[in-house]
Design a protein around this ligand. Structure first.
Ligand code: AMP
Length: 120
């Protein structure tokens, strides 16, 4: 899938749409989800134009991947959920119901999260 530079996270990165920022560095932006599913629900996105986890893993630079991975754990720690626990989710493609076609990881925590997926 080609990257759509008008997706909502690209617009947040360009400052066209506001966000409640949780973290930023040269490669990464993190902000609170607009429809939180848990007391802590933060979205972590790379600043580069990647559609999904598959695209990011295949084409991002080592520096971007390292920065992203380090940022995710740092943001979770700073949000105060490292001790109690948290879940990382990244949706890729239709079966996962990925809504926004810019790679992102959800950090969810602050309550008991239940099972990983809804049983069939
Ligand atoms: P996904 O289904 O993995 O693509 O998740 C997209 C997430 O982006 C959802 O949890 C939405 O609530 C969230 N979202 C959509 N628009 C915004 C926005 N403007 N600011 C913050 N979060 C958003």
């Amino acid at each position: 899938m080609a990257y759509d530079s008008n997706n909502i996270f690209a617009r947040i990165l360009r400052g066209e749409i506001p966000c409640r920022k949780a973290y930023e560095d040269d490669h990464v932006l993190a902000f609170h989800d607009i429809h939180p599913q848990a007391p802590t629900h933060i979205l972590v996105i790379p600043k580069g134009a990647y559609v999904s986890a598959a695209d990011f893993g295949a084409t991002a630079s080592d520096a971007e991947i390292a920065a992203f991975t380090r940022a995710v754990s740092r943001i979770a720690a700073e949000a105060g959920v490292e001790g109690s626990g948290y879940r990382l989710i990244s949706n890729h493609g239709p079966d996962s119901h990925q809504e926004v076609p810019h790679y992102h990881v959800h950090i969810l925590g602050g309550r008991q999260l239940g099972r990983l997926v809804t049983p069939l």
